[in-house]
Design a protein around this ligand. Structure first.
Ligand code: EZ4
Ligand code: CO
Length: 422
C-alpha cells in the first residue's frame, strides 16, 4: 500500500479510515440453514469493520460458496475495501468467463459487503450513500395462494387485512399436481427435497383457470388493491399474449415471466396483443440479459435483484438504463434471498427514482433470528432504518446450529413426460 501524506490523507483518516484501516484482512463464507439455505460472505478490514453480502443461489448454494472461497477470497485479502468499483471490475472483467448466476451471485456478495463497510465507515445508511431518500417507504407485494380460486381469494383477503396494498395471487390448476406457487401448510418454499420434485404441467387447464381467478379477485376485493401474477416461464409467446389479453379487464399491476426470456424478442409478440404490464428478470444476471427488452420497451418492470445481478454497483447501472426507457424496478424478494439482500434491496428501493415495487415474502422466525435486521413492514410498505450500512447482521453462533441441508428446486414435465420449464 502506498504511504499517504498531506492534507487529503489526513482528512480521509479522520472521516473514513485510512487506506491501512480499510485493508481487507479476512473474508469468510458462512453457509447456514435456518429453515432454508443461505450463503453469506463476511469481509473484515484491518480496523475491524465488517461487511456482509448475500450469495444465495437457490438449489446451487455450494457452487457459489466454492466460487467465493476458492476463487474470490484469495484475491480479496490485502485489497482496499474502499475501492468498490475497481473490485467489481476486477472480478467481472478479470474473470474472463463473465456473467452467469454463480459468478454474478459471488461478485454480488463481495460488492454488497463492501457497500456495507463503506456505510459503516461513513456512519451512513446505504440509501444515503446512493443519493438519499426518494420516498417514505417501498411498496411491497405479498404472496397469496390457494388450492382453488376460493381459497386463493380468502388468502388475498388476509393480506389486505394485514395492510398489504399489493398482492400476488396464484391458485391450483385442475389436473395439475403441485402447481407453481401453491403452498404446503408451512408456507411456500419450492426447494423442498434433496433431489428435484417432479411436477406436471398442463397449459390449456392453466389458461382456463387464470382469468377466472382474477375475475373472482376483483369481484371479492374491488378495484383498488394491486394484483400481480407469476406465470413462471410456462407459456409460449403466443399463449402468453393470449393470457395477457384475457387478463386486461382485471387490470393487473403486472404479469410476470409470461414466457422464458432467453430469446428477448419473444416479448414483442406479447406486446403486440396486450396492454397488461409485463415484468421479467428474476433469473437474469446482468444488463445484457435485458438490454433488448428494455431499450425496446417490451417490459414495464425489471425483476433482477442485487444478489443475482452483481451487487449494488451493477444493478445501479441497470436501474439507470431502465429509467431511460420508463422501465421501473420490481426486485425479486422470495425467501431464498436472505435478509441481507432484502436490506440492501430496500436501501436501493428507497433511493431509486424509478422504483416500482418490491416482492416480500416473510422469512421464518429462525431466519430472522440468525439475521437481525432493522427494516420493518408498515402500512403496505417496507421501511429501512438508519443503521449505517445495510442494517442487517448475522448471528454466527446461532447460524452454526443450522448446518447446510441439500435441497433442489422442482422440475416440470408435460403429461407425456416431456421436460418443460418449471
Ligand atoms: O420461484 O425464488 O417471483 N418469485 C418467484 C420465486 C422463485 C424462487 C426460485 O428460487 O418466482 O418464487
Ligand atoms: Co417469479
Amino acid at each position: 500500500m502506498s504511504k499517504q501524506t498531506g492534507k487529503n490523507a489526513a482528512s480521509e483518516t479522520a472521516t473514513h479510515g485510512s487506506v491501512r484501516d480499510r485493508e481487507i484482512v479476512d473474508a469468510k463464507v458462512i453457509v447456514t440453514c435456518p429453515g432454508r439455505n443461505f450463503v453469506t460472505l463476511k469481509i473484515t478490514t484491518r480496523s475491524g469493520v465488517t461487511g456482509l453480502g448475500d450469495a444465495t443461489l437457490n438449489g446451487r448454494e455450494l457452487a457459489v460458496a466454492s466460487y467465493l472461497q476458492d476463487h474470490l477470497v484469495p484475491n480479496l485479502i490485502g485489497r482496499d475495501a474502499g475501492r468498490i468499483e475497481d473490485i467489481f471490475q476486477f472480478f467481472y472483467r478479470g474473470a474472463y468467463w463473465r456473467r452467469g448466476p454463480v459468478t454474478m451471485s459471488a461478485i454480488a456478495a463481495v460488492d454488497v459487503a463492501l457497500w456495507d463497510i463503506l456505510g459503516k465507515m461513513a456512519g451512513l445508511p446505504i440509501y444515503r450513500l446512493l443519493g438519499g431518500r426518494s420516498r417514505e417507504g417501498a411498496l411491497v407485494y405479498g404472496h397469496a395462494n390457494g388450492r382453488d380460486i376460493a381459497e386463493a381469494s380468502d388468502a388475498v383477503g388476509r393480506f389486505i387485512e394485514q395492510g398489504f396494498l399489493a398482492v400476488r395471487a396464484q391458485c391450483g390448476v385442475p389436473g395439475v399436481k403441485k402447481a407453481y406457487g401453491v403452498s404446503s401448510a408451512r408456507g411456500y418454499e419450492p426447494a423442498e427435497s434433496e433431489l428435484p420434485a417432479e411436477t406436471v404441467w398442463n397449459t390449456p387447464r392453466y389458461l382456463e383457470v387464470a382469468p377466472k381467478l382474477f375475475e373472482r379477485l376483483r369481484k371479492d376485493h374491488g378495484n383498488h388493491v394491486e394484483l400481480l401474477h407469476d406465470v413462471h416461464h410456462r407459456l409460449s409467446p403466443i399463449e402468453a399474449a393470449r393470457l395477457a389479453k384475457s387478463l386486461e379487464p382485471y387490470r393487473l399491476f403486472w404479469l410476470e415471466d409470461a414466457t422464458p426470456a432467453e430469446n428477448q424478442h419473444s416479448f414483442e409478440l406479447i406486446r403486440q396483443h396486450s396492454v397488461t404490464p409485463l415484468a421479467v428478470g428474476e433469473v437474469f444476471n446482468s444488463i445484457w440479459d435485458c438490454k433488448h427488452l428494455i431499450e425496446n420497451q417490451l417490459i414495464d418492470y425489471i425483476r433482477t435483484t442485487i444478489v443475482h445481478g452483481g451487487g449494488i454497483s451493477h444493478i445501479r447501472r441497470l436501474a439507470d438504463f431502465a429509467a431511460l426507457h420508463q422501465v421501473r424496478t420490481g426486485f425479486h424478494g422470495a425467501t431464498d434471498l436472505s435478509p441481507v439482500t432484502m436490506g440492501a434491496a430496500l436501501h436501493f428501493d428507497t433511493w431509486a427514482p424509478n422504483f416500482g415495487i418490491q416482492e416480500y415474502m416473510f422469512h421464518t422466525g429462525e431466519t430472522d433470528a440468525v439475521f437481525p435486521h432493522d427494516y420493518e413492514f408498515r402500512d403496505g410498505r417496507l421501511h429501512v432504518g438508519d443503521t449505517p450500512g445495510h442494517g442487517v447482521a448475522l448471528d454466527e453462533k446461532l447460524a452454526k446450529k443450522y448446518p447446510y441441508s441439500p435441497k433442489q428446486l422442482p422440475i416440470a414435465r408435460l403429461q407425456d413426460g416431456s421436460m418443460w420449464d418449471w
